[in-house]
Design a protein around this ligand. Structure first.
Ligand code: FBP
Length: 336
């Protein structure tokens, strides 16, 4: 079908807005602004090797991680665009310690939490990386938003999504009306609908975990991984290991082909007793997407990621996410 006939993001967003009588168009406006930021980041990532933007920036972020130049670029691009879009009252970013206010006079009714460039260990080696975002409605009084507006449960998200900068740039998002994927056509600078109404297969053949940490794992993790590596053709085992080291890329593969991704607690880092991944701008948005696509997202002690009440902008959470039957099976090992 000629791409001229394909559905663009703005068309899709407008169509889903019609499903919500009384919608003001502000959420659509917010998503369209975020998409422009994603196009700018995609262009920079695609030619990073030529633009002297690879490597470390010399800065360290609130997580104690070395910040890559592209992290800085992506963070600034999203901040600059969204702080004056008129739809947002406050932001939080993986790269910033505290809350990020918007410009006076540009306060809107939504919040934005984002990981500007996920998979930073893969930035310089041309492996897929991505931007992850989460949107909530403002709950506080006053014009400017507060930390309380950001510290809302995942089940209160009004939109969540990611943009993966890989062999092609793909946007996947949900506003609660299904999960849809769009591929960027750089020749016209437009995202076109390429993966309508994504449903994750309920049983998978892939597992994603960093096996290098086996010796730090608690027994439950070890027993589950041993279980899926056992030879049992009837149940499709052993599963194949696929681990890219970028949550956004590992999650995207599993969303399309089925799979289970695990980043449970382990004994490796005493300073990260709750695992590595962040609740607000990594686990919660992926949990909203996977649930909308028929999958499941839980902690390694069986709590629903979407029902965890956040207490800190950068709090970490153990994450087990993916195909429903696999996550349910994994729980038989983690909850005994
Ligand atoms: P950031 O790159 O945004 O800090 O994200 C963390 C992350 O890179 C995830 O994308 C990925 O799943 C995980 O860390 C990889 O961690 P590890 O190297 O411990 O396996």
């Amino acid at each position: 079908m000629s791409k001229r006939l394909c559905v663009t993001t703005s068309r899709q967003i407008m169509d889903s807005q019609k499903l919500h009588p009384g919608a003001t168009g502000e959420l659509s406006g917010l998503l369209n602004e975020l998409i422009v930021a994603a196009k700018i980041i995609s262009a920079e990532v695609n030619m990073a090797g030529l633009a002297d933007i690879l490597g470390q920036s010399g800065k360290t972020n609130v997580q104690g991680e070395d910040v890559q130049k592209l992290d800085v670029f992506s963070n600034a691009t999203i901040k600059r665009r969204m702080e004056q879009c008129g739809y947002i009252c406050v932001m939080a970013s993986e790269e910033e310690d505290g809350i990020i206010p918007v410009l006076d006079g540009y306060e809107g009714k939504y919040t934005l939490a984002f990981d500007p460039l996920d998979g930073s260990s893969n930035i310089d080696v041309n492996v897929s990386i991505g931007t992850i975002f989460s949107v909530h409605r403002k709950i506080s009084d006053g014009k400017q938003g507060t930390e309380a507006d950001l510290l809302q449960k995942g089940s209160k998200q009004v939109a969540a999504g990611y943009i993966i900068y890989g062999s092609s740039t793909v946007l996947v998002y949900t506003t609660g009306d299904g999960v849809h994927g769009f591929t960027l056509d750089p020749s016209v600078g437009e995202f076109f609908l390429s993966h309508p109404d994504i449903q994750i297969p309920e049983r998978s053949k892939y597992y994603s975990v960093n096996e290098a940490y086996t010796n730090y794992w608690f027994d439950s993790t070890r027993k589950y991984i041993e279980h899926i590596k056992k030879i049992d053709r009837d149940s499709g085992r052993p599963y194949s290991l696929r681990y890219i080291g970028s949550l956004v890329a590992d999650f995207h593969r599993n969303l399309i082909s089925g799979g289970i991704f695990l980043y449970p607690r382990d004994r490796k880092s005493t300073d990260k007793p709750e695992g590595k991944l962040r609740l607000l701008y990594e686990a919660a948005p992926m949990a909203m997407i996977v649930k909308e696509a028929g999958g499941v997202a839980l902690t390694d002690d069986g709590r629903d990621i979407l029902e965890i009440e956040p207490t800190d902008l950068h709090q970490r959470v153990p994450l087990i996410i993916g195909s429903r039957k696999d996550v349910e099976e994994a729980m038989q090992f983690f909850l005994t």
